[in-house]
Design a protein around this ligand. Structure first.
Ligand SMILES: [Mg+2]
Length: 349
């Protein structure tokens, strides 16, 4: 199965936030092969990611056997190591890697979840959680069947008054009852002192995790936080490749790791992260896990599955599994079981 064509495009994302998630947003990667099969993946990096694919990765992969997914992943990382060990380049590699996994599944007539299947029933219903921006939306999510929600608290600013966050969490707990899981996402802009004060304030409300309170590179801050916070700390949404996650695991900086399969290096990297985390006894809970590229790994590899709601503005895929009554199941279709809009590569960006 020789790779004969490789291209990428940033699809329109109506309603996406007016920030890097639009300017450098998701890209769709298409790989065609000599057998007539076509694989699709979603990476990141916007036009810059497309440039990396069309100037570097395409030259490296054309003519290669698409079945050699792991060796092609290594080759892409080697080719870009001097300028791309983190960030945009790895986001672009992620999209290519996912398109290769899609092809592997299609070539073997198996879903990606089935390819990864070992210990768990990959068709099991997976619990989900909804990321929300206020406590009324939290109630709506619970009414829709979710048993877990995550409060995004960016609106309280970079140095929030812990009393304000505490009041929000108290009200959310009162509305949802004792059985619901509640998490907080602090968007990586607090400092250590603020985080510890907030953590003390929310600790009585049985918070499952406090996510990304500090900037990703404040490793010393996370080292203190993990020792002193009464609430478990989650992170890794903006970490890259197995080496990056190995550092987080070795230093025990997070109770929960949250790799994003379309940014961290693709499914090849996500599998490595699951293996590293399992050996270390650390939980993995992938970012936006309900989207079709993370879901197979959660179904097949995760001993404590909890899939995050998808982003509402990413609409260029068809065939993605949907959340029903608070649970979701991985696709049974070959590959990732998704297609892109037929005119995606024909229309100007
Ligand atoms: Mg987050």
């Amino acid at each position: 199965m020789v790779i004969t064509s490789l291209r990428a495009k940033q699809p329109p994302t109506p309603g996406s936030p007016a920030d890097w998630r639009t300017q450098l947003g998701q890209i769709v990667v298409e790989i065609r092969t000599s057998t007539g099969l076509c694989g699709y993946g979603v990476g990141g990096g916007g036009a810059a990611g497309v440039h990396v694919i069309e100037t570097v990765l395409r030259d490296r992969l054309l003519g290669c056997d698409a079945e050699d997914v792991e060796s092609l992943h290594r080759a892409m990382c080697q080719e870009t190591v001097f300028y791309g060990r983190t960030g945009l380049v790895v986001m672009a590699i992620s999209g290519v890697d996912l398109a290769l996994w899609d092809l592997r599944g299609k070539a073997r007539q198996q879903s990606v979840a089935e390819l990864l299947s070992d210990e768990f029933d990959v068709h099991r219903p997976l619990p989900t959680y909804m990321t929300v921006f206020d406590d009324e939306a939290a109630q709506a999510a619970m009414d829709a069947g979710h048993r877990a929600i995550k409060l995004h608290v960016e609106r309280f600013g970079d140095r929030p008054d812990p009393a304000d966050i505490g009041a929000l969490v108290a009200e959310t707990r009162r509305r949802l009852g004792d059985d619901a899981e509640i998490m907080l996402d602090a968007f990586a802009r607090w400092d250590l002192e603020t985080t510890l004060r907030v953590a003390d304030r929310i600790a009585p409300y049985q918070i499952t995790w406090l996510e990304e309170p500090l900037p990703p590179d404040d490793l010393a801050g996370y080292a203190r936080l993990v020792k002193e916070s009464p609430v478990p700390i989650a992170g890794g949404e903006h970490e890259y490749l197995a080496a990056g996650f190995q550092r987080l695991i070795d230093a025990r900086l997070h109770a929960v790791l949250q790799p994003d399969v379309s940014w961290c290096g693709g499914l090849t990297t996500l599998i490595e992260i699951y293996n590293l985390a399992r050996e270390a006894g650390v939980r993995v809970c992938p970012h936006r896990g309900c989207e079709p590229y993370a879901l197979p790994a959660i179904a097949a590899l995760d001993p404590q599955p909890l899939a995050e709601s998808p982003r509402r503005w990413f609409t260029c895929l068809t065939g993605a599994p949907a959340i029903r009554n608070g649970v979701i199941q991985a696709s049974c279709e070959a590959g990732f079981g998704v297609s892109v809009a037929p005119d995606l590569f024909c229309t100007p960006t």
